[in-house]
Design a protein around this ligand. Structure first.
Ligand code: NCD
Length: 324
């Protein structure tokens, strides 16, 4: 599992971004503030700043991904980096090359940063411990462990729309047991000072002892989202389930699917979030996913600015006001 000590350099600056766990509040705020400076770049006619010019970023995705891979790709390109998108499925690992040898070769190509997504928990941390000292590793999601840039883009979305974390009621609903997003979000939102954080789902999909992370547990959806300012829905990760933990998708929707009617139990101005990909009619009704309270597509847009912030901080090239 990621031990956060290797994430920061001797001056407390970000070197790798592997996990939210253990990171100080001030650093999380710094990421959000940096992302605020990068957000306007996406609205310009020329969506580019020169902060990573001459740097080479390799996207190493060992597990399928659309949003995360493409927004990391866009973030690096908007920072003017050169980007390698490795199609691992078709590459040498399939010919028996070890991960260590793949990394050595990318180092020999003088890459400066690896963005890693891997199905094994702890993979990004393992890679960060192998690489040459000038290389930064960013975790794009490792197994069920953490997905730290997703948590920061979620926190960014919440701060933009709710202004502060101080008085919020936030419910994270669904398959918490298999979700690295839930784990990173709980760490981030607790560190940022959210006072009322709830996880909601069937007992089979809530890890035992999760209360120790500073959340309350609810197995009733209406009770769990009652009065919530933010409702974060999670995808049912059937591909990670070893055995049948649920009766059926239909049954799940009846108990835990977010419909417009059930959303009325949350605060009037509640926002609905989802990291994607969404399963319409399984965890969320289309009427809610496409409705006025949904901010799911804003999360995608903000993800680019947040990833620009993390990448530039790890390379020690931060934005000034307006990312000029
Ligand atoms: C999440 C992931 O891959 O962990 N999605 C994402 O990064 N946008 C959540 C999921 O797959 O359900």
């Amino acid at each position: 599992m990621a031990t956060p000590d290797i994430q920061l350099d001797a001056h407390g600056r970000l070197r790798h971004f592997l996990a939210i766990e253990g990171l100080p509040r001030a650093l999380l705020i710094q990421i959000l503030d940096q992302a605020e400076r990068f957000a306007p770049v996406g609205d310009r006619a020329v969506k580019k700043v020169p902060l990573l010019r001459g740097k080479t970023v390799a996207n190493l995705f060992f597990e399928p991904s659309t949003r995360t891979r493409t927004t990391f790709d866009l973030a690096a390109k908007r920072l003017s980096a050169d980007v390698l998108n490795l199609n691992i499925e078709a590459s040498s690992t399939k010919k028996g090359e070890s991960l260590a040898d793949t990394l050595r070769n990318l180092e020999a190509m003088q890459c400066d940063m690896f963005v890693v997504r891997h199905q094994v928990s702890g993979a990004a941390d393992y890679i960060a411990r192998q690489v040459a000292p000038h290389i930064s590793v960013i975790n794009g999601g490792d197994g069920r462990h953490e997905h730290p840039t997703q948590a920061m883009l979620d926190a960014f979305t919440i701060r933009r729309l709710k202004k502060s974390f101080d008085a919020l009621r936030i419910a994270i609903v669904g398959d918490v047991a298999h979700s690295r997003v839930a784990r990173s979000n709980i760490q981030a939102l607790r560190t940022l000072g959210v006072p009322d954080l709830r996880v909601v789902g069937p007992k089979t999909l809530i890890p035992p002892g999760i209360e120790a992370m500073g959340v309350t547990v609810h197995d009733d959806l209406d009770e769990g989202i009652s009065g919530a300012d933010v409702v974060i829905m999670l995808r049912l990760q059937q591909e990670r389930m070893q055995s049948a933990l649920l009766p059926s998708a239909h049954e799940y929707f009846r108990e835990y699917g977010l419909t417009a009617e059930r959303l009325r139990g949350a605060a009037k101005d509640a926002i609905v979030m989802h990291p994607g990909p969404i399963n319409r009619g399984v965890e969320i009704d289309s009427e809610v996913a496409d409705g006025t309270q949904s901010v799911i597509l804003q999360q995608v847009t903000y993800g680019i600015a947040v990833r620009m912030a993390v990448m530039s901080m790890a390379m020690g090239t931060q934005a000034q006001t307006g990312a000029a």
